[in-house]
Write a protein that binds this ligand. Structure first.
Ligand SMILES: Nc1nc2c(ncn2[C@@H]2O[C@@H]3COP(=O)(O)O[C@H]4[C@@H](O)[C@H](n5cnc6c(=O)[nH]c(N)nc65)O[C@@H]4COP(=O)(O)O[C@H]3[C@H]2O)c(=O)[nH]1
Length: 814
């Protein structure tokens, strides 16, 4: 028996459980080895102690409470208690079975307990519980329903926060396969997802639709196989998201996109858009039809000329910078010139430019119509000349322009004589044909920039512009009116519609002319004047030109005649050079001034003052001047060969226009070479006005000529405004005192003072001074007394023909 109790005790001690007994007061009466070892006490130290002696109070309280429950109830209990295991910090959960111990009287007076460490299992259980809780929370938190389906698509279970998220009530699908619930195509989609998940481990993004009371509902599913851990039929967790709103939005977006596409394609213009890198990101059908698809390409990739590309790039740059650019572009399409109205504008999103877009609209037809409208509005349909309206507009512009530019213009009103008779006898068609042919001839008579217009009926108007000066205006208006009259006098060949016969028609016109320039006058007043003048022309017997102003008329007639005469004079060698002697203070001849004379066959000898002005205005002075210079050079060469005349200098007047003419230096060089005239004997007389305009060019020309040996005398000195500083820059050799000062030098103190000043000036500038217009001995004495060494005037000799001049030279020599 004692052997048995010893073996039992040994068995109890070897158990991996704490076994103990306690008395009614909770004092240990027995503790096995493991219990002692965990308390790190010997058994005799454990026996007699209670839990409060060994453990923290709250653990001991719990254990004591269990002990008391067992003692009081006399029933065993199974409870969880917590004890430190060796280390006081290592408190573990233990399963405790407590059994009452009974006294002989049957009262429970102690407890026998077995305590096993279940801490690790307890923790695992707790983890599983918390994992389950988390999963439940997660599933609960999921916005989308979750299903468990088997591989055939049978619904094993589901979880949904709300039945609204389902396509049908759970009863409709729980336990059923998707084939039973959904349309065939939709069910296939779900089954494919299940198989995909089965094979690859997951499936995402498959969609299906189901009909519900709310209409068609769309779902998107994510599938993952459910791990069963055995060979059971595989099942799958299917997360089903209701995407009906998204689908509807996508549908709306698609509809909008196709509407936008349709709108863009139906725009009756080419449309394109480019991103910030310049790549085409959108285009419409019209653009593709014209250019081929531009998508993805840049402007630089287009097949166009460098100028066109540069132009497009410049517009695009401006649009990227925020500007809306409008321009017209003309290009050839299939060999036809077409015009496009192009707009390039920035594309802004939230105030930021994200690209540019453009419209190119073919406006060729519109342009044509505009042109036609313009033609109808401003041009006479019969003759295609500007009509009254456009003529008035141009006339107003001409009036403003000529006033601003200080130029003259002329208005010619042309009325065909007896036009009505032509209409009456040969029909309107012949009349129309004449008007067209008259228009064509008028066009030929005017310069580019001038206007020929039809006022209506048989009345035409010509506007001449940009004419230098009134005289030139008279001359030109007269000349062009004459040309028009002559042109219209040439026979016209017309067709008579009635019998198809060709007729030769002799036309004449009455032309009224009026000039306009700086004076303030309206277009309508001008027209009235031209009309008055035209009626005067009619009254004067038709086929006539008439100026509005009789004085102008006379001047124009005279000028025109003079002009024609001058031409003839040059051609018929009617010009002569007269020579006026120039002497020194001892009256010895030192040279002469060559003065031009015109021996007119009818009017006799004409002085230059009567024609030099006109010759200058009309440019005839240039050929006349060359003739003078050539004659003078020939004369100088002749004198050079004669000892008594070799010292003579010859002064020749050169007009500003001639002096400024390109090639003047070369002309003189050639003349000197051709005639053999000594250049240093030739003296060019220039007036102050010649020198003042474009000073740089004048000085340059004078230097060129001086390099040839030619000298310069400044004519009319004292009448202009030459500054001393300016005079000093000029390579002059002589100042000529104007005869107006010499004339009154004896009577007018001012003139005397001016003469003295000029003499002093010549002295200080190192220039010789010659007095002009010396007529009396007193003047001569006055001038010589003040140091004037050279003289010219009637006192010594008038301008005279060469033979007389040479006779005079002989007398003066003697
Ligand atoms: N009252 C008076 N007059 C005198 C006297 N001595 C000379 N005269 C006149 O004064 C003018 C001097 O010529 P000018 O000042 O160069 O003025 C010249 C000159 O500017 C210009 N001219 C003459 N010949 C030519 C020429 O060949 N070419 C150019 N471009 N102009 C010329 O025509 C102007 C007038 O020439 P003319 O009628 O020949 O008039 C000449 C001459 O006859 C005098 O003592 N008393």
């Amino acid at each position: 028996m004692s052997d048995d109790s010893g073996r039992l005790r040994a068995a109890i001690d070897s158990l991996q459980a704490c076994i103990y007994t306690k008395d009614a007061d909770g004092r240990y009466t027995y503790a096995n080895d493991l219990a002692c070892a965990l308390l790190n006490l010997r058994r005799d130290e454990v026996i007699g102690r209670c839990d409060h002696d060994l453990f923290p109070a709250e653990l001991a309280d719990a254990a004591r409470a269990n002990d008391l429950r067992v003692i009081e109830s006399g029933e065993p209990i199974v409870a969880e208690e917590y004890f430190p295991f060796g280390d006081p910090a290592d408190v573990r959960c233990c399963l405790t079975i407590k059994q009452p111990l009974f006294a002989a009287d049957g009262r429970a007076d102690g407890v026998a307990g077995i305590t096993i460490d279940i801490d690790a299992r307890k923790r695992r259980e707790q983890q599983v519980v918390s994992l389950k809780n988390e999963l439940a929370t997660l599933i609960h938190a999921l916005p989308d329903p979750v299903f468990e389906l088997d591989l055939e698509g049978r619904c094993l279970s589901y979880h949904a926060r709300s039945e609204d998220l389902l396509a049908a009530s759970p009863a409709a699908f729980l336990g059923k396969t998707v084939r039973e619930v959904l349309e065939r195509e939709e069910a296939e989609s779900v089954l494919q997802a299940l198989h995909e998940a089965h094979e690859t481990g997951r499936s995402m993004g498959r969609q299906f639709k189901a009909e519900s009371r709310q209409g068609t509902q769309w779902f998107e599913i994510s599938v993952a196989p459910k791990s069963t851990g055995g060979d059971d039929m595989p099942s799958f967790i299917v997360l089903s998201r209701k995407i009906t709103p998204r689908k509807q939005a996508e549908q709306t977006l698609r509809e909008r996109e196709s509407l936008l596409r349709a709108v863009v394609d139906n725009i009756p213009a080419e449309f394109w858009a480019r991103d910030l890198q310049g790549r085409c990101i959108m285009e419409n059908a019209a653009t593709v039809a014209h250019w081929g698809s531009l998508l993805g390409s840049r402007v630089e990739d287009a097949e166009a000329s460098p100028e066109e590309l540069a132009d497009w790039l410049a517009s695009n740059r401006r649009a990227y910078a925020g500007e809306t650019v409008r321009k017209e572009v003309a290009c050839d399409i299939d060999g036809e010139r077409r015009v496009f109205q192009c707009v390039v504008a920035p594309i802004r999103v939230g105030g930021e430019t994200v690209g540019i877009c453009g419209f190119n609209q073919d406006i060729t037809e519109r342009k044509r119509h505009e042109e036609q409208i313009h033609q109808l509005a401003f041009f006479d349909p019969l003759t295609r000349l500007p009509n009254r309206r456009l003529m008035l507009d141009r006339l107003e512009h001409a009036l403003i322009g000529s006033a601003r530019r200080h130029q003259e213009g002329a208005l010619l009103l042309i009325d065909l004589d007896h036009f009505k008779d032509l209409n009456d006898t040969h029909g309107h068609e012949a009349g129309d044909e004449l008007l067209m042919k008259v228009a064509a001839r008028l066009r030929l008579c005017i310069r580019q920039g001038d206007t020929a217009a039809r006022l209506g009926g048989d009345e035409f108007v010509v506007i001449l512009e940009d004419i230098d000066g009134v005289v030139e205006g008279l001359v030109q208006a007269n000349a062009i009116a004459g040309k028009i009259r002559d042109e219209l006098n040439r026979p016209f060949h017309l067709m008579r519609r009635a019998d198809g016969e060709a007729i030769t028609y002799h036309c004449s016109a009455s032309i009224g002319i009026t000039l306009f320039g700086t004076q303030d006058i309206s277009a309508s007043e001008l027209l009235r004047r031209a009309d008055t003048a035209m009626y005067q022309a009619k009254a004067a017997g038709r086929n006539t030109l008439c100026f509005f102003d009789p004085a102008m008329q006379a001047a124009a007639t005279e000028r025109a005649a003079l002009h024609a005469d001058l031409h003839r004079a040059l051609r018929d060698r009617q010009f002569e050079l007269h020579y006026q002697v120039q002497v020194d203070e001892k009256r010895r001849p030192i040279g002469a001034e060559a003065l031009l004379r015109w021996r007119h066959p009818a009017r006799g000898l004409i002085c230059p003052s009567s024609f030099i002005g006109l010759a200058e205005e009309t440019g005839l002075i240039v050929p006349i001047g060359i003739w003078v210079l050539r004659t003078a050079c020939i004369q100088l060469a002749a004198w050079a060969a004669r000892p008594e005349a070799a010292h003579l200098r010859l002064a020749v007047n050169v007009s500003a226009r001639q002096f400024r003419q390109a090639g003047f230096t070369d002309q003189l060089r050639e003349l000197l070479a051709a005639t053999g005239a000594p250049a240093d004997r030739l003296k060019l007389e220039l007036t102050e006005s010649t020198l003042i305009e474009d000073a740089e060019a004048v000085v340059e020309r004078m230097e060129e000529l001086r390099a040839l040996g030619i000298r310069f005398s400044l004519d009319d000195f004292g009448t202009g405004y030459s500054s001393l500083a300016y005079l000093k820059r000029l390579p002059l050799s002589q100042l000529k005192i104007d005869q107006s000062f010499v004339r009154d030098v004896m009577s007018d103190a001012n003139d005397a003072a001016i003469v003295e000043t000029i003499l002093g000036l010549g002295c200080s500038l190192g220039l010789s001074v010659i007095a002009e217009g010396v007529e009396s001995e007193d003047q001569f004495a006055f001038l010589t007394a003040r140091g004037c060494r050279e003289h010219q005037g009637y006192l010594f000799g008038r301008p005279m023909a060469l033979r007389d001049f040479e006779a005079l030279l002989a007398v003066l020599h003697d």
